[in-house]
Design a protein around this ligand. Structure first.
Ligand SMILES: *Cc1c(COP(=O)(O)O)cnc(C)c1O
Length: 467
Protein backbone atom coordinates (compact mmCIF):
# COMPACT_ATOMS: atom_id res chain seq x y z
CA UNK A 1 0.00 0.00 0.00
CA UNK A 2 1.35 3.45 -0.81
CA UNK A 3 0.52 6.55 1.14
CA UNK A 4 0.29 9.96 -0.43
CA UNK A 5 3.05 12.06 1.12
CA UNK A 6 1.82 14.92 3.26
CA UNK A 7 3.68 17.97 1.95
CA UNK A 8 2.90 20.04 5.03
CA UNK A 9 4.35 17.48 7.39
CA UNK A 10 7.45 17.21 5.21
CA UNK A 11 7.78 21.01 5.10
CA UNK A 12 7.52 21.20 8.87
CA UNK A 13 10.17 18.56 9.35
CA UNK A 14 12.62 20.22 6.92
CA UNK A 15 15.83 21.10 8.82
CA UNK A 16 16.22 24.78 9.74
CA UNK A 17 19.04 27.03 8.56
CA UNK A 18 20.32 26.90 12.10
CA UNK A 19 20.38 23.10 12.09
CA UNK A 20 22.45 23.15 8.87
CA UNK A 21 24.81 25.87 10.08
CA UNK A 22 25.52 24.23 13.42
CA UNK A 23 25.85 20.67 12.11
CA UNK A 24 29.36 19.21 11.87
CA UNK A 25 29.11 18.94 8.09
CA UNK A 26 27.82 22.50 7.84
CA UNK A 27 30.76 23.68 9.94
CA UNK A 28 33.10 21.94 7.52
CA UNK A 29 31.57 23.78 4.58
CA UNK A 30 31.85 27.10 6.44
CA UNK A 31 35.55 26.43 7.09
CA UNK A 32 36.09 25.60 3.48
CA UNK A 33 34.05 28.23 1.65
CA UNK A 34 33.43 30.97 4.22
CA UNK A 35 30.30 31.66 6.23
CA UNK A 36 28.39 33.84 3.79
CA UNK A 37 28.88 31.62 0.72
CA UNK A 38 28.03 28.47 2.71
CA UNK A 39 24.93 30.09 4.23
CA UNK A 40 23.79 31.30 0.82
CA UNK A 41 24.08 27.81 -0.62
CA UNK A 42 22.14 26.40 2.34
CA UNK A 43 19.38 28.98 1.94
CA UNK A 44 19.15 28.25 -1.78
CA UNK A 45 19.05 24.51 -1.17
CA UNK A 46 16.29 24.81 1.46
CA UNK A 47 14.26 27.05 -0.85
CA UNK A 48 14.58 24.56 -3.66
CA UNK A 49 13.63 21.57 -1.53
CA UNK A 50 10.68 23.48 -0.09
CA UNK A 51 9.47 24.23 -3.59
CA UNK A 52 9.84 20.59 -4.64
CA UNK A 53 7.85 19.45 -1.60
CA UNK A 54 5.09 21.89 -2.47
CA UNK A 55 5.03 20.40 -5.95
CA UNK A 56 4.36 17.02 -4.36
CA UNK A 57 7.83 15.59 -4.92
CA UNK A 58 9.63 13.66 -2.20
CA UNK A 59 13.26 14.80 -2.15
CA UNK A 60 15.45 13.58 0.72
CA UNK A 61 15.30 16.10 3.57
CA UNK A 62 17.71 14.83 6.23
CA UNK A 63 20.51 17.16 7.28
CA UNK A 64 23.03 14.73 5.79
CA UNK A 65 21.26 14.50 2.44
CA UNK A 66 20.87 18.27 2.21
CA UNK A 67 24.55 18.80 3.05
CA UNK A 68 25.58 16.48 0.23
CA UNK A 69 23.61 18.67 -2.20
CA UNK A 70 24.94 21.86 -0.66
CA UNK A 71 28.55 20.64 -0.82
CA UNK A 72 28.11 19.73 -4.47
CA UNK A 73 26.60 23.12 -5.21
CA UNK A 74 29.40 24.98 -3.41
CA UNK A 75 32.01 23.03 -5.30
CA UNK A 76 30.35 24.09 -8.55
CA UNK A 77 30.09 27.71 -7.46
CA UNK A 78 33.76 27.86 -6.53
CA UNK A 79 35.05 26.08 -9.58
CA UNK A 80 36.99 28.66 -11.62
CA UNK A 81 35.75 29.08 -15.16
CA UNK A 82 39.39 29.26 -16.26
CA UNK A 83 40.69 25.77 -15.54
CA UNK A 84 42.80 23.01 -17.05
CA UNK A 85 41.43 20.68 -19.71
CA UNK A 86 42.86 17.63 -21.44
CA UNK A 87 43.45 18.46 -25.09
CA UNK A 88 42.93 15.20 -26.96
CA UNK A 89 41.99 17.06 -30.14
CA UNK A 90 45.53 16.90 -31.53
CA UNK A 91 45.92 20.62 -32.25
CA UNK A 92 49.18 21.58 -30.58
CA UNK A 93 48.68 25.36 -30.52
CA UNK A 94 44.97 25.70 -29.84
CA UNK A 95 44.19 29.37 -29.21
CA UNK A 96 40.89 28.54 -27.50
CA UNK A 97 42.70 26.14 -25.17
CA UNK A 98 45.32 28.67 -24.10
CA UNK A 99 47.95 28.04 -26.79
CA UNK A 100 51.29 26.81 -25.42
CA UNK A 101 51.44 24.91 -22.12
CA UNK A 102 54.55 26.02 -20.23
CA UNK A 103 57.65 24.00 -19.39
CA UNK A 104 58.23 22.94 -15.80
CA UNK A 105 60.99 25.53 -15.52
CA UNK A 106 58.71 28.30 -16.82
CA UNK A 107 55.96 27.31 -14.39
CA UNK A 108 58.47 27.29 -11.56
CA UNK A 109 59.84 30.71 -12.52
CA UNK A 110 56.33 32.19 -12.37
CA UNK A 111 55.65 30.73 -8.94
CA UNK A 112 58.99 31.94 -7.57
CA UNK A 113 58.46 35.49 -8.78
CA UNK A 114 54.81 35.52 -7.72
CA UNK A 115 55.54 34.48 -4.15
CA UNK A 116 57.96 37.22 -3.14
CA UNK A 117 59.11 40.76 -3.81
CA UNK A 118 61.53 40.74 -6.69
CA UNK A 119 63.84 42.76 -8.89
CA UNK A 120 61.20 43.59 -11.53
CA UNK A 121 62.25 47.24 -11.70
CA UNK A 122 65.06 47.33 -9.20
CA UNK A 123 68.75 47.59 -9.87
CA UNK A 124 70.42 45.71 -7.03
CA UNK A 125 73.92 47.09 -7.72
CA UNK A 126 72.79 50.69 -7.74
CA UNK A 127 70.09 50.27 -5.09
CA UNK A 128 67.70 52.27 -7.24
CA UNK A 129 65.07 52.01 -9.90
CA UNK A 130 65.80 49.68 -12.80
CA UNK A 131 63.96 48.60 -15.94
CA UNK A 132 61.71 45.58 -16.36
CA UNK A 133 62.77 45.41 -19.97
CA UNK A 134 66.31 44.29 -19.21
CA UNK A 135 65.21 40.86 -17.97
CA UNK A 136 64.34 39.22 -21.31
CA UNK A 137 66.57 41.38 -23.48
CA UNK A 138 69.96 39.71 -23.20
CA UNK A 139 68.63 36.17 -23.67
CA UNK A 140 66.52 37.33 -26.62
CA UNK A 141 69.59 38.88 -28.19
CA UNK A 142 71.53 35.69 -27.59
CA UNK A 143 69.00 33.28 -29.08
CA UNK A 144 67.94 35.42 -32.06
CA UNK A 145 71.16 37.29 -32.82
CA UNK A 146 69.31 40.62 -32.74
CA UNK A 147 70.91 43.88 -31.56
CA UNK A 148 68.06 44.67 -29.21
CA UNK A 149 64.69 43.38 -28.01
CA UNK A 150 61.50 44.54 -26.34
CA UNK A 151 58.66 42.50 -24.84
CA UNK A 152 55.03 43.67 -24.63
CA UNK A 153 51.68 42.03 -23.92
CA UNK A 154 51.09 40.21 -27.18
CA UNK A 155 52.01 40.41 -30.83
CA UNK A 156 48.96 42.49 -31.76
CA UNK A 157 50.11 45.12 -29.24
CA UNK A 158 53.65 44.87 -30.60
CA UNK A 159 52.39 45.76 -34.08
CA UNK A 160 50.32 48.68 -32.81
CA UNK A 161 53.38 49.98 -30.97
CA UNK A 162 55.69 49.63 -33.97
CA UNK A 163 53.29 51.38 -36.32
CA UNK A 164 52.30 54.09 -33.83
CA UNK A 165 55.91 54.91 -33.01
CA UNK A 166 57.38 54.66 -36.50
CA UNK A 167 54.59 55.28 -39.03
CA UNK A 168 51.88 57.46 -37.48
CA UNK A 169 50.52 59.86 -40.10
CA UNK A 170 52.76 58.28 -42.73
CA UNK A 171 52.41 55.53 -45.30
CA UNK A 172 52.93 51.83 -44.78
CA UNK A 173 53.15 49.62 -47.84
CA UNK A 174 51.83 46.08 -47.69
CA UNK A 175 50.94 43.45 -50.25
CA UNK A 176 47.25 42.78 -50.93
CA UNK A 177 48.08 39.12 -50.39
CA UNK A 178 48.97 39.86 -46.76
CA UNK A 179 45.95 41.84 -45.57
CA UNK A 180 44.95 38.88 -43.45
CA UNK A 181 42.60 38.20 -40.60
CA UNK A 182 44.47 36.27 -37.92
CA UNK A 183 41.46 35.06 -35.96
CA UNK A 184 39.29 36.46 -33.22
CA UNK A 185 38.53 39.37 -35.55
CA UNK A 186 42.16 40.55 -35.59
CA UNK A 187 42.77 42.00 -39.03
CA UNK A 188 46.14 43.29 -40.09
CA UNK A 189 44.70 46.29 -42.04
CA UNK A 190 42.54 47.34 -39.06
CA UNK A 191 45.51 47.27 -36.71
CA UNK A 192 47.52 49.35 -39.14
CA UNK A 193 44.78 51.97 -39.41
CA UNK A 194 44.30 51.94 -35.64
CA UNK A 195 47.89 53.05 -35.30
CA UNK A 196 47.33 56.14 -37.42
CA UNK A 197 49.37 54.81 -40.33
CA UNK A 198 48.09 55.20 -43.88
CA UNK A 199 47.78 51.85 -45.52
CA UNK A 200 49.07 51.57 -49.08
CA UNK A 201 48.13 48.28 -50.70
CA UNK A 202 50.21 46.96 -53.56
CA UNK A 203 50.11 43.97 -55.89
CA UNK A 204 47.21 41.59 -56.15
CA UNK A 205 45.83 38.89 -53.90
CA UNK A 206 48.02 36.22 -55.45
CA UNK A 207 51.02 38.09 -56.85
CA UNK A 208 53.12 40.94 -55.57
CA UNK A 209 56.61 41.74 -56.87
CA UNK A 210 59.39 43.95 -55.47
CA UNK A 211 58.65 46.42 -58.30
CA UNK A 212 55.12 46.89 -56.94
CA UNK A 213 56.55 48.08 -53.65
CA UNK A 214 59.17 50.23 -55.35
CA UNK A 215 56.55 52.01 -57.44
CA UNK A 216 54.48 52.84 -54.36
CA UNK A 217 57.26 54.44 -52.29
CA UNK A 218 56.84 58.20 -51.82
CA UNK A 219 58.45 60.74 -49.47
CA UNK A 220 55.53 59.93 -47.15
CA UNK A 221 56.46 56.24 -46.86
CA UNK A 222 57.65 55.18 -43.41
CA UNK A 223 58.02 51.48 -43.90
CA UNK A 224 57.40 48.30 -45.83
CA UNK A 225 55.51 45.69 -43.91
CA UNK A 226 55.47 41.94 -44.39
CA UNK A 227 52.77 39.95 -42.58
CA UNK A 228 53.19 36.20 -42.38
CA UNK A 229 50.13 34.45 -43.85
CA UNK A 230 49.83 32.42 -40.71
CA UNK A 231 46.51 30.65 -41.08
CA UNK A 232 45.94 30.09 -44.77
CA UNK A 233 47.97 29.19 -47.79
CA UNK A 234 47.93 30.15 -51.40
CA UNK A 235 48.76 27.69 -54.10
CA UNK A 236 48.93 27.93 -57.86
CA UNK A 237 49.81 31.16 -59.68
CA UNK A 238 51.39 32.81 -56.65
CA UNK A 239 54.33 35.15 -56.20
CA UNK A 240 55.52 37.30 -53.34
CA UNK A 241 58.58 39.42 -52.79
CA UNK A 242 61.31 37.88 -50.65
CA UNK A 243 62.39 39.60 -47.45
CA UNK A 244 65.88 39.92 -48.93
CA UNK A 245 64.57 41.84 -51.93
CA UNK A 246 62.41 44.04 -49.72
CA UNK A 247 65.36 44.74 -47.41
CA UNK A 248 67.52 45.87 -50.32
CA UNK A 249 64.70 48.09 -51.55
CA UNK A 250 63.99 49.57 -48.12
CA UNK A 251 67.65 50.36 -47.52
CA UNK A 252 68.11 51.98 -50.92
CA UNK A 253 65.09 54.26 -50.33
CA UNK A 254 65.90 54.96 -46.70
CA UNK A 255 62.75 53.42 -45.25
CA UNK A 256 62.23 50.55 -42.81
CA UNK A 257 61.28 46.93 -43.29
CA UNK A 258 59.11 45.39 -40.57
CA UNK A 259 58.18 41.71 -40.45
CA UNK A 260 55.08 40.51 -38.59
CA UNK A 261 56.30 36.95 -38.31
CA UNK A 262 53.39 35.72 -36.20
CA UNK A 263 54.50 32.41 -34.83
CA UNK A 264 58.11 33.12 -33.95
CA UNK A 265 59.81 29.79 -34.48
CA UNK A 266 63.42 29.70 -33.29
CA UNK A 267 63.95 26.10 -34.39
CA UNK A 268 63.54 24.72 -37.90
CA UNK A 269 60.24 22.79 -38.09
CA UNK A 270 61.64 20.85 -41.07
CA UNK A 271 63.73 18.82 -38.60
CA UNK A 272 60.51 17.11 -37.58
CA UNK A 273 59.08 16.29 -40.97
CA UNK A 274 57.08 19.48 -41.22
CA UNK A 275 57.36 22.16 -43.81
CA UNK A 276 59.83 24.87 -43.04
CA UNK A 277 58.25 27.63 -40.95
CA UNK A 278 60.22 30.88 -41.31
CA UNK A 279 62.35 31.55 -38.23
CA UNK A 280 63.10 34.76 -36.38
CA UNK A 281 66.80 34.38 -37.16
CA UNK A 282 66.06 34.16 -40.90
CA UNK A 283 63.97 37.34 -40.87
CA UNK A 284 66.77 39.17 -39.11
CA UNK A 285 69.49 37.92 -41.39
CA UNK A 286 67.34 38.76 -44.43
CA UNK A 287 67.73 42.36 -43.31
CA UNK A 288 64.48 43.22 -41.54
CA UNK A 289 64.81 46.24 -39.27
CA UNK A 290 62.25 44.88 -36.82
CA UNK A 291 60.63 41.47 -36.41
CA UNK A 292 57.53 40.93 -34.23
CA UNK A 293 56.17 37.60 -33.02
CA UNK A 294 54.15 35.95 -30.29
CA UNK A 295 55.55 34.37 -27.13
CA UNK A 296 52.90 31.64 -26.90
CA UNK A 297 52.91 30.15 -30.38
CA UNK A 298 55.89 28.14 -31.64
CA UNK A 299 58.17 29.78 -29.10
CA UNK A 300 56.21 27.78 -26.54
CA UNK A 301 56.20 30.38 -23.76
CA UNK A 302 53.70 32.73 -22.11
CA UNK A 303 51.47 35.20 -23.94
CA UNK A 304 53.77 37.99 -25.05
CA UNK A 305 54.61 40.14 -28.02
CA UNK A 306 58.32 40.12 -28.78
CA UNK A 307 60.02 42.71 -30.95
CA UNK A 308 63.62 42.21 -31.98
CA UNK A 309 65.83 44.24 -34.30
CA UNK A 310 67.87 47.40 -34.57
CA UNK A 311 68.80 49.07 -31.31
CA UNK A 312 67.94 52.65 -32.30
CA UNK A 313 64.43 51.58 -33.30
CA UNK A 314 63.87 49.47 -30.18
CA UNK A 315 64.95 52.47 -28.07
CA UNK A 316 62.39 54.60 -29.84
CA UNK A 317 59.67 52.02 -29.16
CA UNK A 318 60.62 51.80 -25.48
CA UNK A 319 60.16 55.55 -25.09
CA UNK A 320 56.75 55.70 -26.78
CA UNK A 321 53.87 56.32 -24.30
CA UNK A 322 52.02 53.28 -25.60
CA UNK A 323 54.86 51.02 -24.41
CA UNK A 324 53.80 51.66 -20.81
CA UNK A 325 50.18 50.74 -21.55
CA UNK A 326 51.07 47.40 -23.10
CA UNK A 327 54.00 46.40 -20.91
CA UNK A 328 54.47 42.77 -19.97
CA UNK A 329 53.90 41.75 -16.35
CA UNK A 330 56.40 40.09 -14.03
CA UNK A 331 54.88 36.60 -14.35
CA UNK A 332 55.08 36.76 -18.11
CA UNK A 333 58.67 37.98 -18.02
CA UNK A 334 59.72 35.25 -15.59
CA UNK A 335 58.13 32.50 -17.71
CA UNK A 336 59.49 33.96 -20.94
CA UNK A 337 63.08 34.11 -19.71
CA UNK A 338 62.83 30.52 -18.40
CA UNK A 339 61.44 29.39 -21.77
CA UNK A 340 64.16 31.21 -23.71
CA UNK A 341 66.78 29.62 -21.48
CA UNK A 342 65.76 26.23 -22.90
CA UNK A 343 66.76 27.51 -26.34
CA UNK A 344 69.97 28.96 -24.95
CA UNK A 345 70.82 25.55 -23.50
CA UNK A 346 69.88 23.78 -26.76
CA UNK A 347 67.29 21.72 -24.90
CA UNK A 348 64.08 23.21 -26.31
CA UNK A 349 62.93 20.09 -28.19
CA UNK A 350 63.11 18.09 -24.95
CA UNK A 351 61.90 20.73 -22.51
CA UNK A 352 59.44 23.07 -24.25
CA UNK A 353 56.10 21.20 -24.35
CA UNK A 354 55.12 22.49 -27.80
CA UNK A 355 58.36 21.19 -29.28
CA UNK A 356 58.21 17.97 -27.31
CA UNK A 357 54.81 17.35 -28.89
CA UNK A 358 56.07 18.19 -32.38
CA UNK A 359 59.12 15.95 -31.90
CA UNK A 360 57.27 13.02 -30.33
CA UNK A 361 58.05 9.88 -32.35
CA UNK A 362 55.20 8.09 -34.09
CA UNK A 363 56.07 4.81 -32.32
CA UNK A 364 55.51 6.57 -29.00
CA UNK A 365 52.11 7.86 -30.07
CA UNK A 366 51.16 4.44 -31.33
CA UNK A 367 52.15 2.84 -28.02
CA UNK A 368 50.05 5.38 -26.12
CA UNK A 369 46.97 4.84 -28.29
CA UNK A 370 47.40 1.05 -28.01
CA UNK A 371 47.62 1.21 -24.24
CA UNK A 372 44.49 3.39 -24.02
CA UNK A 373 42.73 0.97 -26.29
CA UNK A 374 43.75 -2.05 -24.19
CA UNK A 375 42.58 -0.34 -20.99
CA UNK A 376 39.18 0.47 -22.50
CA UNK A 377 38.73 -3.00 -23.96
CA UNK A 378 39.43 -4.49 -20.56
CA UNK A 379 36.94 -2.11 -18.95
CA UNK A 380 34.31 -2.94 -21.56
CA UNK A 381 34.88 -6.70 -21.15
CA UNK A 382 34.60 -6.49 -17.35
CA UNK A 383 31.26 -4.74 -17.59
CA UNK A 384 30.04 -6.48 -20.70
CA UNK A 385 29.77 -3.19 -22.53
CA UNK A 386 29.57 -3.47 -26.28
CA UNK A 387 32.36 -1.18 -27.41
CA UNK A 388 33.91 -0.46 -30.77
CA UNK A 389 37.41 0.82 -30.13
CA UNK A 390 40.13 1.04 -32.75
CA UNK A 391 43.60 2.43 -33.14
CA UNK A 392 43.89 4.24 -36.46
CA UNK A 393 46.28 6.45 -38.38
CA UNK A 394 45.52 10.15 -38.30
CA UNK A 395 46.97 13.62 -38.34
CA UNK A 396 47.84 16.17 -35.69
CA UNK A 397 47.87 19.89 -36.52
CA UNK A 398 50.36 22.48 -35.31
CA UNK A 399 47.74 25.26 -35.28
CA UNK A 400 48.10 28.69 -33.69
CA UNK A 401 48.87 30.63 -36.81
CA UNK A 402 51.79 28.59 -37.99
CA UNK A 403 52.27 26.14 -40.83
CA UNK A 404 48.75 26.49 -42.22
CA UNK A 405 47.41 23.15 -43.33
CA UNK A 406 50.53 21.31 -42.25
CA UNK A 407 49.99 18.14 -40.24
CA UNK A 408 52.05 15.54 -38.46
CA UNK A 409 51.25 11.83 -38.81
CA UNK A 410 49.86 10.43 -35.57
CA UNK A 411 47.97 7.45 -34.15
CA UNK A 412 44.46 7.99 -32.84
CA UNK A 413 42.19 6.16 -30.50
CA UNK A 414 38.81 5.98 -32.25
CA UNK A 415 35.57 5.15 -30.48
CA UNK A 416 32.58 4.38 -32.63
CA UNK A 417 29.49 5.62 -30.83
CA UNK A 418 25.79 5.94 -31.52
CA UNK A 419 25.85 9.60 -30.55
CA UNK A 420 29.44 10.92 -30.59
CA UNK A 421 28.40 14.51 -29.93
CA UNK A 422 26.55 13.47 -26.79
CA UNK A 423 29.65 11.60 -25.58
CA UNK A 424 31.83 14.60 -26.48
CA UNK A 425 29.56 16.83 -24.40
CA UNK A 426 29.76 14.40 -21.47
CA UNK A 427 33.56 14.45 -21.70
CA UNK A 428 33.54 18.24 -21.69
CA UNK A 429 31.32 18.21 -18.60
CA UNK A 430 33.78 16.02 -16.69
CA UNK A 431 36.55 17.06 -14.35
CA UNK A 432 39.00 17.63 -15.87
CA UNK A 433 37.09 18.28 -19.09
CA UNK A 434 38.36 16.32 -22.09
CA UNK A 435 38.31 17.87 -25.55
CA UNK A 436 38.12 15.28 -28.33
CA UNK A 437 37.60 15.45 -32.07
CA UNK A 438 34.41 14.21 -33.70
CA UNK A 439 34.57 12.63 -37.13
CA UNK A 440 31.37 11.17 -38.49
CA UNK A 441 30.23 8.54 -36.00
CA UNK A 442 33.55 8.41 -34.17
CA UNK A 443 35.22 10.23 -31.32
CA UNK A 444 38.96 10.61 -31.91
CA UNK A 445 41.66 11.02 -29.26
CA UNK A 446 45.17 12.09 -30.23
CA UNK A 447 47.92 11.16 -27.74
CA UNK A 448 50.20 13.88 -29.13
CA UNK A 449 48.53 16.72 -27.21
CA UNK A 450 47.73 14.76 -24.06
CA UNK A 451 50.40 15.91 -21.62
CA UNK A 452 52.60 13.58 -19.57
CA UNK A 453 50.66 12.58 -16.47
CA UNK A 454 47.20 13.12 -18.00
CA UNK A 455 46.68 9.55 -19.24
CA UNK A 456 45.07 8.25 -16.07
CA UNK A 457 42.60 11.14 -15.92
CA UNK A 458 41.77 10.72 -19.59
CA UNK A 459 41.07 7.00 -19.15
CA UNK A 460 38.97 7.67 -16.05
CA UNK A 461 36.91 10.18 -18.04
CA UNK A 462 36.45 7.69 -20.88
CA UNK A 463 35.42 4.91 -18.52
CA UNK A 464 32.88 7.20 -16.89
CA UNK A 465 31.35 8.09 -20.23
CA UNK A 466 31.30 4.46 -21.41
CA UNK A 467 29.29 3.22 -18.45
C1 LIG B 1 49.03 35.29 -34.17
C2 LIG B 1 49.42 36.42 -35.04
C3 LIG B 1 49.28 37.75 -34.59
C4 LIG B 1 48.67 38.07 -33.26
O1 LIG B 1 49.53 37.69 -32.22
P1 LIG B 1 49.00 37.68 -30.71
O2 LIG B 1 50.22 37.35 -29.90
O3 LIG B 1 47.94 36.65 -30.63
O4 LIG B 1 48.49 39.04 -30.39
C5 LIG B 1 49.67 38.75 -35.44
N1 LIG B 1 50.20 38.48 -36.67
C6 LIG B 1 50.36 37.23 -37.11
C7 LIG B 1 50.93 37.01 -38.48
C8 LIG B 1 49.98 36.15 -36.32
O5 LIG B 1 50.14 34.90 -36.78
Amino acid sequence: MTTTPDPNAALRSLPSMDALLTSAGGGGLIDRYGRSAAAQAMRDCLAEVRERLRQGETPPTSVEALLVEIARDLERRFQPSLRPVINAAGIILHTNLGRAPLSAAAQGAMVTVAAAYNTLEYDLAAGSRGSRLIHPESVLREVTGAEAALVVNNNAAALVLILSALAKGREVIISRGQLVEIGGGFRVPDVMIQSGARLVEVGTTNRTRPADYAAAITPETALLMRAHASNFRQIGFVESASLEDLAVLARSRDILLVDDLGSGALIDTARYGLEHEPTVQESLSAGCDLVAFSGDKLLGGPQAGIIVGRRALIEKLKKHPLARAIRADKLCLAALVATLDHYRRDEAPAQVPVWRMIARPLADLQAAAESWSAALREHAADRQIDLSVEVIDGESAVGGGSLPGATLPTTLLALRLRDPSLAAAALRAGDPPVIARIKEDRLLFDPRTVLPGQDAALLAALRAVLR
